[in-house]
Design a protein around this ligand. Structure first.
Ligand code: FMN
Length: 185
């Protein structure tokens, strides 16, 4: 038996990301984002969906640049802070204790504690309603050596990233023995 409901935004799992920006006055900010995803291989493109009321929305619209940083479960508290306070009136870098590292291509900083940082340039902005969809090209990738496989691929099991659903944070990867279908059999 299924109940038929009005339309709901119920797509799972949703990634947990920290998006960094630098505004035209050189002030840096961090926003927690989960309405996001990969969109294209060549060129590598991703999407981030932001409410028009977010401070980060105005900054990204003006600068057309940002960095997507993938936090680990160790940064859960910082993720909550960056998702509940606004860069309009707070400095989330000092409040969270997260550290900045200069990016290579864009002005926005990388978050040192995040094992993956994707520098992005906005190629399209699609007004959808409550949210605008930012379609951005990944122009540089930074990754911690410890989560790379010898052949160069990503050892995502070691990533310890999070997903967001039912107003809770979940660990995405677990021990190999708990995988639904073990990969190498
Ligand atoms: C787990 C989580 C996910 C979130 N995802 C989004 C999102 O995808 N888009 C969005 O506009 N706001 C999202 N938010 C809310 C913003 O992070 C929040 O409003 C933040 O305070 C805005 O910061 P800013 O005003 O400095 O840009 C999320 C919050 C949390 C806690």
């Amino acid at each position: 038996m299924k109940k038929t409901l009005s339309p709901k935004p119920w797509l799972f799992p949703r990634p947990v990301l920290l998006v960094t920006t630098r505004d035209v006055a050189d002030k840096d900010n961090i926003i927690t984002v989960s309405w996001a995803g990969m969109a294209c291989t060549h060129p590598p493109m991703l999407t981030v969906s932001l409410r028009k009321s977010r401070h980060s929305h105005a900054v990204i619209l003006a600068t057309k640049e940002f960095v997507v940083n993938i936090p680990t479960s160790k940064q859960r508290e910082a993720v909550e802070l960056c998702g509940t306070s606004s860069g309009k009136d707070t400095d989330k870098f000092s409040l969270s204790g997260l550290s900045k590292v200069p990016a290579s291509v864009v002005a926005a900083p990388l978050i040192a504690e995040c094992p993956i940082n994707l520098e992005c340039k906005v190629r399209h902005v699609l007004p959808l309603g409550s949210h605008d969809l930012f379609v951005a090209e990944i122009v540089k990738t930074h990754v911690l050596h410890a989560i790379l496989r010898e052949e160069g691929g990503l050892n995502d099991e070691a990533l310890d990233c999070m997903a967001w659903g039912s107003e809770e944070f979940f660990k995405v990867f677990t021990q190999r023995k708990h995988l639904l279908v073990p990969r190498f059999q």
